[in-house]
Structures are given as structure tokens and as C-alpha cells.
Design a protein around this ligand. Structure first.
Ligand code: AAO
Length: 478
């Protein structure tokens, strides 16, 4: 099911990686709602095994389907869905049901449940040994049976062909639907047979109308399938169920803005690059795996650590009409396994907000960078238009219009200024560049751009500037 049930005029979601539910609720009211975000992907909510040193990835090892993690309990989850839906922001849960945990001596979960992982016994569900596929390791991506019936990194692989297992999973997801979610990211979908996913999703309830969903609305589904080509399993096998994460987009946009592949080639970014159809794709610059070197994409991926290039890549994603975009919101890390900011007892720290709107306490909050949230507003403003008046310098400077509603330019050259008079396709007048500043009550804190009677304007992005983008749109007219 591909409809994300976003409110009109909202078109991008943010992954608030490892945030606590109470912080997400606050964020929906104080920031995401007012700044036009459509929804939030929350980290897995089902009780997970506590792993020594509390790495972030323990959340991908469920021990039960109780809502009890470092992000909060069921009461906190329910407060969050209520407050976010009221603020016009949808909640999507990262759902982990390909597997339970790996092996851990004396396994105890974040909600106090226990398991004998070596015997594959999870009494809090309950699941027993018979509810799992026989033990074997995923070690051959050329063999679909191996990828789907064996254990991904030692995680005990649920027998999704079983009616009992399907029923337990559907009960868990239906409980979340009852509590007001709009849909799910399906973790490790590549490791599940599309036919099994189809049967599970067919058991799901309609969305809960008390949270403002229309009657008969089906849960939004987007599936994590890594397909860079060359393997037995293709992302296309999943598109009749819902959207699919397009990892080719993530690695290609990184290579482009890193300069390995001049951005002039982005002119047909999308299907023309061998990606899925735009209507089937969930797109992103980085995700929680490939920002720390796992998953797919390797060294081409851009993250908050390369901030100037990162803002350009995210800005391009939001300006470009292909796919359903997800913005990453991270915590600072040096070690790839490091968990979220936490106190000495392993409790996740609150997100604190600085006077300049950025975050403290170890949270990066890319979604609160002006260049990023203003491009979310740009995407909302140009919704429904296509690209026109593409311009490039034959290399790493580009500009384009969105149907008379917005204009954006990028200078990705190293050491070369951009100084051009270009067709903006906007109506004559003065506009505020929403990258170098913000248009607040008619006063612009950034560059001012004058569009003449012919729609043309002088556009300047110097190589030494903090940002390599310039963007103006109908709502930034002064
Ligand atoms: C942890 C420990 C393990 C331990 C295990 C059990 O790290 O050592 O054995 O616990 O105790 C996360 C972490 C894991 C962690 C797990 C559980 O990333 O490290 O294991 O939680 O705590 C594959 C899957 C994909 C998966 C990705 C990470 O297909 O679904 O690996 N992503 C999701 C989540 C992720 C989570 C899980 C799944 C599990 O987003 O956070 O794991 O719930 C190829 C394949 C891909 C495959 C990658 C990596 O990719 O195509 O399908 O992803 O390999 O194995 C080029 C290629 C590209 C290739 C890539 C890497 O880029 O073009 O295709 O190289 O070779």
C-alpha cells in the first residue's frame, strides 16, 4: 500500500533515529508540524534484548512484542501518536519481524522479558523452536532461498510460512494501528518472501479513524530491500506490496555530490538511472546503516559529517520530483556501534533545543538545519509541478525550475564561483534565498534575488560560501 496518508501540503518524512517518544511528541508540536514535515519514522518499538555496552543495534533484536524500549513504553507511545497526529504529523514504525534476537546468555529485554535464545524460546510472545526456520547462515546473496530462509547475522529467522507466526506478527502490527500509526517500515524485507509479507499485510486492520484517517485507509508500507544489482533478489519483487527503499538513489546521489560523477548528469535522476519507478521508491541520502558504513553504498554515502556536500545532496533530493523522501536525523558518533546519547545507566538522554533552533546533548538534528527544513518547505511549495528550464555548465553547476513555483541552483565545483543570469520561471519581484537565510515576516536574512520581467535573475554562489545551494520559491517572495 503506497499512500503515506500525509496531510495535504506535506511531502517529506524524517527518521528521528533513537529518539524517545516524549521528545518526538514535543518535536511534532513545536517543530515538525509548524515547519511542514509529513511524518516521522520511529526506531523499532518492540521490546529488545539488552546488549552489553548498549549499541544502537540492540533494537533490531526483538525479544517480545511489548512496546518497551529505550524510547519509552506503551503509554508514552500512545501519547506520541495522539500529539503528532493532532499536529498533522504521521507516525511510521520500523517493524522488525523477519527475526527475533541472536544468541545471548541469560537474555533479558528492555521490558524485563526473558528468553532462552539458544533454544529459540521467547515465552513473552510466545514463540518456541518450531516457530523458526532451521538454523543456517545467510551467506550467499546469489541464492534467494539462502537469503530468505536462513539467519541474517545470526538473528533467529522466524518461520513466516506458519499461520501462527503470521498471526502473532499481525496482532502486533494491528495493536500499533489501533494506537494511531499510519504505517510501517518493514525491516529486512529482502530476507522475507514477498508472498509471506503479502499475507501478513492482508491481515492488517484499516487505520484508526479516531486519529483522523479516512475510513477504509490501509496502512502505508515501505520495505527495506537493498538492491544495487547483481544479486538473486530484486527490489521489483516487492513493489506490488508497497514502496521499496531505493538504495541506488542513496549511493548515486552521494557519488554525484562528492564530485565523482559530475552533477550535470542528474538531469534525468530517477528511472533514467535504472531506479525503480518514482511512485514505488522511498528515497534518502543516508540511512542509519549506511551512515556508519554498513548496509549498502560504502564510501559514496554522504552524511552530516560532510556537512556542506550533505546539505547539497539533501537539498537536491527535496527539490527533485522523484520518490518519497526521508530525511535522516542522527546522533553524533565516532564508533559505529555506539548507542544514542545516554546517562551512566543507559537511559537515553532528552533532546535539548538551543536558542538558534539546533539540538544539544549529542543529537545532530539534521532536520533542524535551516538549509534542510527550508527545502522541505520548498518541496511542499512546488508539489505537483515538474522540472523545467534545466541549466548546467557542462560540469558541476546546475539549476532548474519547478513549474513556475520554485527555482534552485547548485554549485558543486571546487574553487570555481557560480555567476550566471538564469531563467528562474518565477514571476517578477524580489525573493529571499531560503538557504542563506529565512524570510520572516517579509524580512530576509539571506541573499535577495531580483527576478526581472523576463523571469531571469542574476544567481551567484561563490565557492567559498558556507552553502553550495540557492533556492527561491513562491512563498519566499518579499
Ligand atoms: C548485530 C551484530 C552481529 C551479530 C548480531 C546478532 O553486529 O555481529 O551477529 O547482532 O547478535 C542491525 C545491525 C547489525 C546487528 C543487527 C542486530 O546492522 O550489525 O547485528 O542490527 O542487532 C543486510 C540486510 C539488511 C540489513 C543490513 C544491515 O539485507 O536488511 O544487512 N539492514 C536492516 C537494518 C539494520 C539491522 C537489520 C536489518 C537486522 O536496517 O539496522 O541490523 O534487523 C549486501 C547485501 C545487503 C546486506 C549487506 C550487508 O550489500 O546486498 O542485503 O544488507 O550486504 O550484509 C556493496 C554491495 C551491497 C552489499 C554491500 C555490503 O555496497 O553493493 O549490495 O556492499 O557488502
Amino acid at each position: 500500500q503506497k499512500d503515506p496518508h500525509t496531510l495535504p501540503g506535506r511531502s517529506a518524512v524524517v527518521h528521528l533515529f533513537e529518539w524517545k517518544f516524549d521528545d518526538i511528541a514535543e518535536e511534532c508540536e513545536r517543530f515538525l508540524g509548524p515547519f511542514g514535515f509529513a511524518g516521522v519514522q520511529v526506531s523499532p518499538v518492540s521490546e529488545n534484548v539488552i546488549v552489553e555496552n548498549r549499541p544502537w543495534y540492540e533494537r533490531y533484536q526483538p525479544i517480545s512484542y511489548k512496546i518497551a524500549t529505550r524510547s519509552g513504553d506503551e503509554a508514552a507511545f500512545a501519547r506520541m501518536t495522539q500529539r503528532c497526529n493532532n499536529a498533522g504529523v504521521r507516525i511510521y514504525v520500523d517493524a522488525v519481524f523477519n527475526h527475533m534476537s541472536g544468541d545471548h546468555p541469560n537474555a533479558v529485554g528492555t521490558g524485563g522479558s526473558t528468553a532462552n535464545t539458544y533454544n529459540k524460546e521467547y515465552p513473552a510472545v510466545p514463540y518456541g523452536n518450531n516457530d523458526f526456520n532451521p538454523t543456517c547462515a545467510v551467506n550467499n546473496y546469489q541464492d534467494a532461498n539462502n537469503v530468505r530462509n536462513c539467519e541474517l547475522v545470526g538473528l533467529h529467522d522466524l518461520k513466516l510460512s506458519s499461520d501462527y507466526v503470521r498471526g502473532k506478527i499481525a496482532d502486533f502490527l494491528n495493536h500499533l494501528i489501533h494506537l494511531g500509526v499510519a504505517g510501517f517500515r518493514l525491516d529486512a524485507a529482502k530476507h522475507m518472501w514477498p508472498g509471506d509479507i503479502q499475507i501478513i499485510t492482508s491481515k492488517l486492520s484499516d487505520l484508526n479513524i479516531t486519529y483522523g484517517f479516512r475510513s477504509g485507509a490501509r496502512p502505508f508500507i515501505y520495505q527495506e530491500v537493498i538492491d544495487l544489482g547483481g544479486e538473486a533478489i530484486s527490489a521489483k519483487e516487492y513493489v506490488n506490496i508497497g514502496l521499496v527503499t531505493e538504495f541506488k538513489y542513496s549511493s548515486s546521489i552521494g557519488s554525484a555530490f562528492r564530485g565523482d560523477n559530475p552533477i550535470k548528469y542528474l538531469k534525468n535522476f530517477g528511472e533514467g538511472w535504472g531506479f525503480l519507478n518514482g511512485g514505488d521508491s522511498l528515497v534518502f541520502v543516508d540511512n542509519h546503516d549506511n551512515q556508519r558504513g554498513s548496509g549498502a553504498g560504502g564510501s559514496s554515502i554522504l552524511t552530516y559529517k560532510q556537512s556542506k556536500l550533505y546539505k547539497m545532496a539533501v537539498g537536491f533530493m527535496l527539490a527533485w520530483p522523484y520518490g518519497f523522501p526521508r530525511v535522516m536525523s542522527s546522533f553524533f558518533f565516532d564508533d559505529k556501534d555506539q548507542g544514542p546519547p545516554a546517562d551512566g545507566n543507559g537511559n537515553t538522554l532528552n533532546v535539548v533545543i538551543n536558542p538558534d533552533m539546533t539540538c544539544g546533548n549529542g543529537w545532530v538534528c539534521e532536520h533542524r538545519w535551516r538549509q534542510i527544513y527550508n527545502m522541505v518547505a520548498f518541496r511542499n511549495a512546488v508539489e505537483g509541478t515538474s522540472v523545467n528550464d534545466w541549466w548546467d555548465n557542462g560540469n558541476k553547476q546546475i539549476a532548474f525550475c519547478r513549474g513556475g513555483k520554485g527555482f534552485v541552483a547548485f554549485n558543486d565545483e571546487f574553487g570555481i564561483d557560480m555567476k550566471q543570469t538564469l531563467q528562474t520561471c518565477l514571476s517578477p519581484g524580489t525573493y529571499c534565498d531560503v538557504i542563506s537565510g529565512t524570510n520572516k515576516g517579509g524580512s530576509c536574512s539571506g541573499k535577495q534575488i531580483t527576478v526581472g520581467g523576463d523571469g531571469k535573475a542574476y544567481i551567484e554562489i561563490l565557492s567559498k560560501e558556507d552553502d553550495g545551494i540557492l533556492a527561491i520559491h513562491v512563498n519566499s517572495k518579499l
